[in-house]
Design a binder for this molecule. Structure first.
Ligand SMILES: *[C@@H]1O[C@H](CO)[C@@H](O)[C@H](O)[C@H]1NC(C)=O
Ligand SMILES: *[C@@H]1O[C@H](CO)[C@@H](O)[C@H](O)[C@H]1NC(C)=O
Ligand SMILES: *[C@@H]1O[C@H](CO)[C@@H](O)[C@H](O)[C@H]1NC(C)=O
Length: 468
Protein backbone atom coordinates (compact mmCIF):
# COMPACT_ATOMS: atom_id res chain seq x y z
CA UNK A 1 0.00 0.00 0.00
CA UNK A 2 1.45 3.37 -0.95
CA UNK A 3 0.88 6.33 1.31
CA UNK A 4 0.64 9.89 0.20
CA UNK A 5 2.90 12.16 2.23
CA UNK A 6 1.13 13.34 5.35
CA UNK A 7 0.10 16.95 5.15
CA UNK A 8 0.98 18.26 8.56
CA UNK A 9 4.57 17.47 9.42
CA UNK A 10 4.65 17.80 13.18
CA UNK A 11 1.16 18.61 14.36
CA UNK A 12 1.90 17.24 17.80
CA UNK A 13 4.66 19.73 18.37
CA UNK A 14 2.64 22.52 16.83
CA UNK A 15 -0.25 21.79 19.14
CA UNK A 16 2.11 21.34 22.02
CA UNK A 17 0.12 18.30 23.14
CA UNK A 18 1.31 14.80 23.94
CA UNK A 19 -0.81 13.02 21.40
CA UNK A 20 -0.69 10.08 19.04
CA UNK A 21 -1.84 11.69 15.82
CA UNK A 22 -4.55 10.91 13.30
CA UNK A 23 -3.11 10.35 9.85
CA UNK A 24 -4.41 12.20 6.81
CA UNK A 25 -3.43 9.79 4.01
CA UNK A 26 -6.40 7.39 4.18
CA UNK A 27 -9.93 8.44 5.16
CA UNK A 28 -11.70 6.38 7.82
CA UNK A 29 -15.16 5.37 6.62
CA UNK A 30 -16.87 3.08 9.13
CA UNK A 31 -18.91 0.35 7.41
CA UNK A 32 -22.61 0.79 8.25
CA UNK A 33 -23.85 -2.13 10.32
CA UNK A 34 -27.33 -1.60 11.77
CA UNK A 35 -28.24 -3.62 14.87
CA UNK A 36 -31.51 -3.94 16.79
CA UNK A 37 -32.76 -3.28 20.32
CA UNK A 38 -35.84 -5.28 21.21
CA UNK A 39 -38.60 -5.43 23.80
CA UNK A 40 -41.34 -8.02 24.13
CA UNK A 41 -44.03 -5.32 23.96
CA UNK A 42 -42.77 -3.28 21.01
CA UNK A 43 -40.51 -5.55 18.98
CA UNK A 44 -37.16 -4.49 17.55
CA UNK A 45 -35.94 -0.98 16.74
CA UNK A 46 -33.02 -0.41 14.39
CA UNK A 47 -29.93 1.41 15.61
CA UNK A 48 -27.54 3.12 13.18
CA UNK A 49 -24.44 1.39 14.46
CA UNK A 50 -21.25 0.86 12.46
CA UNK A 51 -17.98 -1.06 12.59
CA UNK A 52 -14.39 -0.09 13.25
CA UNK A 53 -11.30 -2.23 12.95
CA UNK A 54 -8.55 -2.48 15.54
CA UNK A 55 -5.96 0.30 15.69
CA UNK A 56 -3.10 -2.12 15.10
CA UNK A 57 -4.61 -3.38 11.83
CA UNK A 58 -3.93 0.09 10.44
CA UNK A 59 -0.96 1.93 9.03
CA UNK A 60 0.60 3.37 12.17
CA UNK A 61 3.62 5.36 11.12
CA UNK A 62 5.92 8.21 11.97
CA UNK A 63 4.17 11.52 11.36
CA UNK A 64 7.00 12.88 9.22
CA UNK A 65 8.00 9.60 7.54
CA UNK A 66 5.28 7.11 6.55
CA UNK A 67 7.94 4.48 5.85
CA UNK A 68 8.74 4.19 9.57
CA UNK A 69 6.25 1.93 11.34
CA UNK A 70 5.08 2.62 14.87
CA UNK A 71 3.27 -0.70 15.20
CA UNK A 72 6.20 -3.08 15.18
CA UNK A 73 8.72 -3.86 17.88
CA UNK A 74 11.28 -2.93 18.86
CA UNK A 75 10.18 0.70 18.94
CA UNK A 76 12.34 3.04 16.89
CA UNK A 77 14.51 4.74 19.52
CA UNK A 78 14.47 8.11 17.79
CA UNK A 79 10.72 8.18 17.36
CA UNK A 80 9.56 6.35 20.45
CA UNK A 81 12.05 6.86 23.30
CA UNK A 82 9.24 7.53 25.79
CA UNK A 83 5.46 7.65 25.93
CA UNK A 84 5.05 11.37 25.31
CA UNK A 85 7.49 11.63 22.40
CA UNK A 86 6.19 8.41 20.85
CA UNK A 87 2.62 9.62 21.02
CA UNK A 88 3.60 12.92 19.41
CA UNK A 89 5.55 11.28 16.61
CA UNK A 90 3.20 8.54 15.46
CA UNK A 91 0.05 8.77 13.35
CA UNK A 92 -2.80 6.28 13.05
CA UNK A 93 -4.39 6.07 9.59
CA UNK A 94 -7.84 5.32 8.31
CA UNK A 95 -8.25 2.02 6.46
CA UNK A 96 -9.89 0.51 3.38
CA UNK A 97 -12.17 -2.14 4.90
CA UNK A 98 -12.41 -4.17 1.69
CA UNK A 99 -8.64 -4.53 1.83
CA UNK A 100 -8.84 -6.30 5.19
CA UNK A 101 -11.63 -8.69 4.16
CA UNK A 102 -14.54 -6.83 5.80
CA UNK A 103 -17.79 -6.33 3.87
CA UNK A 104 -21.22 -5.24 5.06
CA UNK A 105 -24.52 -5.41 3.25
CA UNK A 106 -27.66 -4.32 5.06
CA UNK A 107 -27.42 -5.82 8.54
CA UNK A 108 -24.95 -8.52 7.45
CA UNK A 109 -21.19 -8.57 8.02
CA UNK A 110 -19.01 -10.91 5.97
CA UNK A 111 -15.39 -11.42 6.97
CA UNK A 112 -12.76 -13.26 4.95
CA UNK A 113 -9.58 -14.79 6.30
CA UNK A 114 -7.62 -14.57 3.02
CA UNK A 115 -7.50 -12.16 0.10
CA UNK A 116 -5.92 -12.81 -3.29
CA UNK A 117 -3.10 -10.36 -3.98
CA UNK A 118 -2.41 -11.19 -7.63
CA UNK A 119 0.02 -14.03 -7.04
CA UNK A 120 -1.07 -15.66 -3.79
CA UNK A 121 -3.23 -15.27 -0.71
CA UNK A 122 -2.58 -12.87 2.15
CA UNK A 123 -4.02 -13.67 5.58
CA UNK A 124 -5.99 -10.54 6.54
CA UNK A 125 -7.57 -11.93 9.74
CA UNK A 126 -9.94 -9.02 10.41
CA UNK A 127 -11.24 -8.06 13.86
CA UNK A 128 -13.91 -5.36 14.12
CA UNK A 129 -15.80 -3.64 16.94
CA UNK A 130 -19.34 -2.28 17.09
CA UNK A 131 -19.46 1.53 17.23
CA UNK A 132 -22.34 3.47 18.72
CA UNK A 133 -24.47 5.81 16.61
CA UNK A 134 -22.13 8.73 17.39
CA UNK A 135 -19.19 6.81 15.77
CA UNK A 136 -16.98 8.17 18.58
CA UNK A 137 -17.71 5.53 21.21
CA UNK A 138 -18.22 1.81 21.28
CA UNK A 139 -21.78 0.53 21.64
CA UNK A 140 -21.88 -0.80 25.19
CA UNK A 141 -23.67 -4.11 25.71
CA UNK A 142 -25.35 -4.46 29.10
CA UNK A 143 -26.75 -7.93 28.94
CA UNK A 144 -27.80 -9.10 32.41
CA UNK A 145 -31.44 -10.19 32.27
CA UNK A 146 -31.17 -9.70 28.49
CA UNK A 147 -30.49 -11.87 25.48
CA UNK A 148 -28.45 -11.46 22.33
CA UNK A 149 -29.37 -13.13 19.04
CA UNK A 150 -27.67 -13.25 15.70
CA UNK A 151 -27.87 -15.21 12.46
CA UNK A 152 -24.76 -16.92 11.21
CA UNK A 153 -23.60 -18.60 8.02
CA UNK A 154 -20.64 -20.63 9.14
CA UNK A 155 -20.88 -23.24 6.38
CA UNK A 156 -17.55 -22.35 4.78
CA UNK A 157 -15.45 -22.43 7.93
CA UNK A 158 -13.51 -25.67 7.95
CA UNK A 159 -11.59 -27.36 10.76
CA UNK A 160 -9.08 -25.01 12.34
CA UNK A 161 -11.02 -21.84 11.53
CA UNK A 162 -12.70 -19.68 14.16
CA UNK A 163 -15.48 -17.25 13.27
CA UNK A 164 -16.01 -15.44 16.57
CA UNK A 165 -18.59 -13.09 18.07
CA UNK A 166 -17.65 -12.01 21.58
CA UNK A 167 -17.54 -9.25 24.18
CA UNK A 168 -14.63 -7.56 25.97
CA UNK A 169 -14.83 -4.94 28.70
CA UNK A 170 -12.98 -2.29 26.68
CA UNK A 171 -13.36 1.39 27.57
CA UNK A 172 -16.40 2.96 25.92
CA UNK A 173 -14.21 5.64 24.30
CA UNK A 174 -11.31 3.26 23.53
CA UNK A 175 -9.17 5.07 26.08
CA UNK A 176 -9.48 8.35 24.21
CA UNK A 177 -7.39 11.06 25.87
CA UNK A 178 -5.05 13.94 25.08
CA UNK A 179 -2.44 11.30 24.22
CA UNK A 180 -4.94 9.19 22.27
CA UNK A 181 -7.14 11.57 20.29
CA UNK A 182 -8.08 8.77 17.87
CA UNK A 183 -9.94 6.66 20.46
CA UNK A 184 -12.73 4.27 19.60
CA UNK A 185 -13.29 5.91 16.19
CA UNK A 186 -9.93 4.34 15.22
CA UNK A 187 -10.36 1.11 17.14
CA UNK A 188 -8.08 1.70 20.11
CA UNK A 189 -8.46 -0.01 23.48
CA UNK A 190 -8.62 -3.72 22.70
CA UNK A 191 -8.24 -6.04 25.67
CA UNK A 192 -9.26 -9.57 26.58
CA UNK A 193 -8.83 -12.21 29.26
CA UNK A 194 -5.63 -13.61 27.71
CA UNK A 195 -3.78 -10.47 28.96
CA UNK A 196 -1.57 -10.47 25.87
CA UNK A 197 1.75 -8.73 26.46
CA UNK A 198 2.69 -8.35 22.80
CA UNK A 199 0.48 -5.42 21.70
CA UNK A 200 2.69 -2.47 20.84
CA UNK A 201 0.03 0.00 21.92
CA UNK A 202 -2.46 -0.19 24.79
CA UNK A 203 -5.50 2.12 24.85
CA UNK A 204 -3.78 4.21 22.20
CA UNK A 205 -0.61 4.61 24.30
CA UNK A 206 2.73 2.95 23.50
CA UNK A 207 3.20 -0.24 25.52
CA UNK A 208 6.86 0.43 26.26
CA UNK A 209 7.17 -1.86 29.28
CA UNK A 210 5.54 -5.02 27.85
CA UNK A 211 2.46 -4.84 30.01
CA UNK A 212 -0.32 -7.34 29.47
CA UNK A 213 -3.66 -5.81 28.52
CA UNK A 214 -6.49 -7.48 30.41
CA UNK A 215 -10.25 -7.40 30.78
CA UNK A 216 -13.29 -9.57 31.34
CA UNK A 217 -14.32 -11.42 28.20
CA UNK A 218 -17.53 -13.21 27.21
CA UNK A 219 -17.06 -15.43 24.18
CA UNK A 220 -20.61 -15.80 22.92
CA UNK A 221 -19.59 -17.71 19.82
CA UNK A 222 -16.31 -19.32 18.76
CA UNK A 223 -17.02 -21.71 15.97
CA UNK A 224 -16.52 -23.34 12.63
CA UNK A 225 -18.88 -25.66 10.75
CA UNK A 226 -17.75 -28.67 12.81
CA UNK A 227 -17.66 -27.50 16.41
CA UNK A 228 -18.45 -24.52 18.63
CA UNK A 229 -18.21 -23.25 22.19
CA UNK A 230 -19.46 -20.35 24.34
CA UNK A 231 -17.17 -19.31 27.16
CA UNK A 232 -17.20 -16.67 29.92
CA UNK A 233 -13.75 -15.55 31.15
CA UNK A 234 -13.42 -13.55 34.39
CA UNK A 235 -10.77 -11.07 35.57
CA UNK A 236 -10.00 -9.44 38.91
CA UNK A 237 -10.01 -5.90 37.51
CA UNK A 238 -12.63 -3.46 36.28
CA UNK A 239 -12.58 -2.15 32.71
CA UNK A 240 -9.35 -2.49 30.76
CA UNK A 241 -6.30 -2.82 33.02
CA UNK A 242 -2.59 -3.66 32.76
CA UNK A 243 -0.71 -6.59 34.26
CA UNK A 244 2.99 -7.32 34.66
CA UNK A 245 4.98 -10.50 35.29
CA UNK A 246 3.12 -13.30 37.07
CA UNK A 247 -0.11 -11.30 37.08
CA UNK A 248 -0.31 -11.97 33.36
CA UNK A 249 0.26 -15.73 33.77
CA UNK A 250 -2.36 -18.47 33.92
CA UNK A 251 -2.68 -18.22 37.72
CA UNK A 252 -2.89 -14.44 37.52
CA UNK A 253 -5.49 -11.72 37.19
CA UNK A 254 -7.60 -13.23 34.41
CA UNK A 255 -9.12 -16.63 33.72
CA UNK A 256 -7.53 -17.70 30.45
CA UNK A 257 -9.22 -21.09 30.04
CA UNK A 258 -12.74 -19.91 30.77
CA UNK A 259 -15.78 -22.01 31.52
CA UNK A 260 -16.84 -23.20 28.10
CA UNK A 261 -19.90 -25.11 26.93
CA UNK A 262 -19.10 -27.14 23.82
CA UNK A 263 -21.88 -29.61 22.91
CA UNK A 264 -19.43 -32.09 21.38
CA UNK A 265 -17.39 -32.17 24.59
CA UNK A 266 -20.51 -33.16 26.57
CA UNK A 267 -20.81 -36.23 24.36
CA UNK A 268 -23.45 -34.85 21.99
CA UNK A 269 -21.41 -35.52 18.87
CA UNK A 270 -24.47 -35.53 16.59
CA UNK A 271 -25.85 -32.17 17.71
CA UNK A 272 -23.91 -29.65 15.62
CA UNK A 273 -22.31 -30.16 12.23
CA UNK A 274 -22.42 -30.12 8.46
CA UNK A 275 -25.55 -31.69 6.97
CA UNK A 276 -29.12 -32.64 7.72
CA UNK A 277 -28.20 -35.45 10.12
CA UNK A 278 -27.27 -32.90 12.77
CA UNK A 279 -29.80 -31.11 15.01
CA UNK A 280 -28.15 -27.83 14.06
CA UNK A 281 -27.18 -28.13 10.38
CA UNK A 282 -24.22 -25.84 9.78
CA UNK A 283 -24.42 -26.18 6.00
CA UNK A 284 -27.24 -23.62 6.19
CA UNK A 285 -27.74 -20.39 8.19
CA UNK A 286 -29.28 -20.53 11.64
CA UNK A 287 -29.92 -18.27 14.62
CA UNK A 288 -27.99 -18.36 17.89
CA UNK A 289 -29.67 -17.02 21.04
CA UNK A 290 -27.74 -16.44 24.27
CA UNK A 291 -29.62 -15.50 27.44
CA UNK A 292 -28.04 -13.95 30.53
CA UNK A 293 -30.25 -14.91 33.46
CA UNK A 294 -30.09 -13.02 36.77
CA UNK A 295 -31.15 -14.20 40.22
CA UNK A 296 -34.10 -11.83 40.47
CA UNK A 297 -35.31 -11.21 36.91
CA UNK A 298 -33.81 -7.75 36.88
CA UNK A 299 -30.80 -6.16 35.18
CA UNK A 300 -29.34 -5.34 38.62
CA UNK A 301 -29.47 -8.90 39.89
CA UNK A 302 -26.52 -11.31 40.02
CA UNK A 303 -25.84 -13.32 36.86
CA UNK A 304 -26.57 -16.96 37.66
CA UNK A 305 -26.87 -18.66 34.30
CA UNK A 306 -25.94 -18.26 30.63
CA UNK A 307 -28.38 -20.15 28.41
CA UNK A 308 -28.15 -21.06 24.77
CA UNK A 309 -30.68 -22.03 22.17
CA UNK A 310 -30.78 -22.16 18.39
CA UNK A 311 -33.43 -21.50 15.77
CA UNK A 312 -33.35 -23.15 12.36
CA UNK A 313 -36.19 -23.64 9.89
CA UNK A 314 -38.58 -22.11 12.40
CA UNK A 315 -37.72 -24.65 15.06
CA UNK A 316 -36.29 -23.67 18.42
CA UNK A 317 -33.55 -26.16 19.23
CA UNK A 318 -32.68 -26.44 22.90
CA UNK A 319 -29.13 -26.91 24.08
CA UNK A 320 -27.96 -30.44 24.83
CA UNK A 321 -27.70 -31.71 28.42
CA UNK A 322 -24.54 -30.67 30.28
CA UNK A 323 -23.49 -34.30 30.61
CA UNK A 324 -24.05 -37.34 28.44
CA UNK A 325 -27.35 -38.94 29.40
CA UNK A 326 -28.13 -36.02 31.73
CA UNK A 327 -31.22 -33.86 31.96
CA UNK A 328 -31.39 -31.08 29.40
CA UNK A 329 -31.02 -28.40 28.42
CA UNK A 330 -27.51 -27.72 29.70
CA UNK A 331 -26.49 -24.19 30.66
CA UNK A 332 -23.45 -22.45 32.09
CA UNK A 333 -23.84 -22.07 35.85
CA UNK A 334 -21.19 -21.98 38.58
CA UNK A 335 -22.12 -25.60 39.28
CA UNK A 336 -21.43 -26.52 35.63
CA UNK A 337 -18.08 -24.71 35.92
CA UNK A 338 -17.22 -26.59 39.12
CA UNK A 339 -18.08 -29.91 37.48
CA UNK A 340 -15.86 -29.04 34.54
CA UNK A 341 -12.86 -27.90 36.57
CA UNK A 342 -12.99 -24.24 35.53
CA UNK A 343 -10.99 -23.31 38.64
CA UNK A 344 -9.61 -19.97 37.47
CA UNK A 345 -13.06 -18.85 36.36
CA UNK A 346 -14.44 -19.58 39.82
CA UNK A 347 -11.35 -18.22 41.65
CA UNK A 348 -11.98 -14.89 39.93
CA UNK A 349 -15.62 -14.72 40.94
CA UNK A 350 -17.45 -16.97 38.48
CA UNK A 351 -20.72 -15.85 36.97
CA UNK A 352 -21.18 -13.06 39.53
CA UNK A 353 -17.99 -11.35 38.28
CA UNK A 354 -18.98 -11.96 34.66
CA UNK A 355 -22.36 -10.40 35.39
CA UNK A 356 -20.83 -7.30 36.99
CA UNK A 357 -18.78 -6.78 33.84
CA UNK A 358 -21.91 -7.24 31.71
CA UNK A 359 -23.67 -4.68 33.92
CA UNK A 360 -20.91 -2.10 33.41
CA UNK A 361 -21.06 -2.78 29.67
CA UNK A 362 -18.91 -4.65 27.18
CA UNK A 363 -17.94 -4.09 23.56
CA UNK A 364 -19.15 -6.40 20.77
CA UNK A 365 -16.35 -7.87 18.67
CA UNK A 366 -16.36 -9.92 15.45
CA UNK A 367 -13.32 -11.80 14.20
CA UNK A 368 -12.15 -14.58 11.94
CA UNK A 369 -8.85 -16.30 12.53
CA UNK A 370 -6.85 -19.50 12.53
CA UNK A 371 -3.91 -20.56 14.62
CA UNK A 372 -0.51 -21.74 13.36
CA UNK A 373 0.48 -22.54 16.96
CA UNK A 374 -2.20 -25.03 17.98
CA UNK A 375 -4.34 -25.45 14.83
CA UNK A 376 -7.39 -24.50 17.00
CA UNK A 377 -7.47 -28.05 18.38
CA UNK A 378 -9.05 -26.80 21.64
CA UNK A 379 -12.14 -25.90 19.59
CA UNK A 380 -12.67 -28.80 17.22
CA UNK A 381 -10.32 -31.74 17.76
CA UNK A 382 -9.97 -34.63 20.23
CA UNK A 383 -12.68 -34.32 22.91
CA UNK A 384 -13.68 -30.92 21.53
CA UNK A 385 -14.74 -31.95 18.05
CA UNK A 386 -14.49 -34.28 15.06
CA UNK A 387 -11.47 -32.67 13.36
CA UNK A 388 -8.11 -34.40 13.15
CA UNK A 389 -5.16 -32.84 14.94
CA UNK A 390 -3.58 -31.65 11.69
CA UNK A 391 -6.59 -30.47 9.64
CA UNK A 392 -6.50 -27.06 11.28
CA UNK A 393 -3.04 -26.24 9.95
CA UNK A 394 -3.38 -22.81 8.29
CA UNK A 395 -1.02 -23.99 5.52
CA UNK A 396 -3.57 -26.64 4.61
CA UNK A 397 -6.54 -24.27 5.07
CA UNK A 398 -5.20 -21.65 2.67
CA UNK A 399 -4.30 -24.33 0.14
CA UNK A 400 -7.72 -26.04 0.24
CA UNK A 401 -10.15 -23.20 1.12
CA UNK A 402 -8.60 -19.78 0.50
CA UNK A 403 -11.98 -18.19 -0.24
CA UNK A 404 -13.59 -19.04 3.10
CA UNK A 405 -15.69 -16.47 4.95
CA UNK A 406 -18.18 -16.14 7.79
CA UNK A 407 -21.33 -13.99 7.77
CA UNK A 408 -22.97 -12.61 10.92
CA UNK A 409 -26.26 -10.75 10.52
CA UNK A 410 -29.36 -9.43 12.22
CA UNK A 411 -27.77 -8.67 15.62
CA UNK A 412 -30.56 -8.24 18.18
CA UNK A 413 -30.37 -7.38 21.87
CA UNK A 414 -33.24 -7.12 24.29
CA UNK A 415 -35.48 -8.60 26.95
CA UNK A 416 -35.52 -12.34 27.35
CA UNK A 417 -37.77 -13.75 24.61
CA UNK A 418 -37.83 -10.55 22.54
CA UNK A 419 -35.14 -11.16 19.94
CA UNK A 420 -35.95 -14.32 18.08
CA UNK A 421 -39.52 -14.30 16.86
CA UNK A 422 -38.82 -12.02 13.93
CA UNK A 423 -39.88 -12.80 10.40
CA UNK A 424 -36.53 -11.93 8.88
CA UNK A 425 -33.21 -13.71 8.59
CA UNK A 426 -32.21 -17.29 9.12
CA UNK A 427 -34.07 -17.48 12.39
CA UNK A 428 -37.40 -16.43 10.91
CA UNK A 429 -40.09 -18.49 12.53
CA UNK A 430 -42.02 -20.05 9.70
CA UNK A 431 -45.79 -19.94 9.46
CA UNK A 432 -46.02 -22.05 6.31
CA UNK A 433 -47.69 -25.48 6.28
CA UNK A 434 -44.49 -27.11 5.08
CA UNK A 435 -42.72 -25.69 8.08
CA UNK A 436 -45.37 -27.14 10.36
CA UNK A 437 -44.89 -30.61 8.90
CA UNK A 438 -41.15 -30.47 9.39
CA UNK A 439 -41.58 -29.21 12.89
CA UNK A 440 -44.00 -31.99 13.80
CA UNK A 441 -41.73 -34.66 12.41
CA UNK A 442 -38.86 -33.47 14.49
CA UNK A 443 -40.84 -32.67 17.61
CA UNK A 444 -40.27 -36.14 18.94
CA UNK A 445 -36.51 -35.76 18.74
CA UNK A 446 -34.93 -34.95 22.05
CA UNK A 447 -33.96 -31.32 22.35
CA UNK A 448 -36.43 -30.01 19.79
CA UNK A 449 -39.52 -27.93 20.30
CA UNK A 450 -41.92 -27.66 17.43
CA UNK A 451 -43.16 -24.25 16.40
CA UNK A 452 -45.93 -24.90 13.89
CA UNK A 453 -47.82 -21.60 13.99
CA UNK A 454 -47.44 -18.03 15.04
CA UNK A 455 -49.66 -18.71 18.02
CA UNK A 456 -47.37 -21.58 18.95
CA UNK A 457 -44.43 -19.27 18.66
CA UNK A 458 -46.00 -16.76 21.01
CA UNK A 459 -46.84 -19.51 23.49
CA UNK A 460 -43.38 -20.99 23.46
CA UNK A 461 -41.73 -17.62 23.76
CA UNK A 462 -44.06 -16.85 26.60
CA UNK A 463 -42.95 -20.13 28.11
CA UNK A 464 -39.30 -19.15 27.88
CA UNK A 465 -39.99 -15.70 29.27
CA UNK A 466 -41.87 -17.15 32.23
CA UNK A 467 -39.81 -20.13 33.19
CA UNK A 468 -36.24 -19.54 31.98
C1 LIG B 1 1.04 -12.32 -2.20
O1 LIG B 1 0.86 -13.48 -1.40
C2 LIG B 1 1.94 -14.39 -1.44
C3 LIG B 1 1.51 -15.63 -0.68
O2 LIG B 1 1.18 -15.31 0.65
C4 LIG B 1 3.18 -13.74 -0.89
O3 LIG B 1 4.27 -14.65 -0.90
C5 LIG B 1 3.50 -12.49 -1.70
O4 LIG B 1 4.58 -11.81 -1.10
C6 LIG B 1 2.30 -11.58 -1.78
N1 LIG B 1 2.56 -10.51 -2.71
C7 LIG B 1 2.42 -9.23 -2.42
C8 LIG B 1 2.66 -8.26 -3.51
O5 LIG B 1 2.10 -8.85 -1.30
C1 LIG C 1 4.00 0.41 32.27
O1 LIG C 1 3.58 1.59 31.57
C2 LIG C 1 2.24 2.00 31.85
C3 LIG C 1 1.92 3.15 30.93
O2 LIG C 1 2.85 4.16 31.07
C4 LIG C 1 2.09 2.34 33.33
O3 LIG C 1 0.76 2.71 33.60
C5 LIG C 1 2.48 1.13 34.14
O4 LIG C 1 2.42 1.45 35.51
C6 LIG C 1 3.86 0.64 33.77
N1 LIG C 1 4.12 -0.61 34.46
C7 LIG C 1 5.24 -0.83 35.13
C8 LIG C 1 5.34 -2.15 35.81
O5 LIG C 1 6.12 0.00 35.21
C1 LIG D 1 -32.30 -7.46 42.21
O1 LIG D 1 -31.09 -7.59 42.98
C2 LIG D 1 -30.30 -6.41 43.02
C3 LIG D 1 -29.00 -6.75 43.71
O2 LIG D 1 -29.23 -7.42 44.89
C4 LIG D 1 -31.06 -5.29 43.66
O3 LIG D 1 -30.30 -4.11 43.70
C5 LIG D 1 -32.36 -5.05 42.88
O4 LIG D 1 -33.13 -4.06 43.52
C6 LIG D 1 -33.14 -6.32 42.76
N1 LIG D 1 -34.27 -6.07 41.85
C7 LIG D 1 -35.48 -6.60 42.03
C8 LIG D 1 -36.51 -6.24 41.01
O5 LIG D 1 -35.72 -7.35 42.95
Amino acid sequence: MSLKPVAAVLPGLLLGAAAQQIGTAIPELHPRFPTYRCTVADGCVERQTSLVTDALTREFHAVDDPSISCSTRPFNEAICPDEVTCAQNCALEGIDYGGIGVMTRGNALTMRQYLFNGTGYDAVTPRVYLLAEDEENYEMMKLVNQELSFDVDISQLACGMNGALYLSEMFENGGKSDSNPAGAAYGTGYCDAQCFTDPTWANGLPNLNDSGICCNEMDIWEANSRSQVYTPHTCSGVGSFLCTGDECAREGVCDKSGCGFNPYRTGATGFYGLGGDFDVDTSRPFTVVTQFISDNESAEGALTEIKRLYVQDGRVIENVPATEGGEGPGTVTDEFCTDNGADDFLRLGGLKTMGESLQRGMVLIFSIWNSPGDFMEWLDSGEAGPCSDTEGDPVQIVRDRPDLSVTFSNIRIGEIGSTFDTESGAGALVEAEAGAATAEQSASQAGDLSLPTTAGVALIIGFYALFW
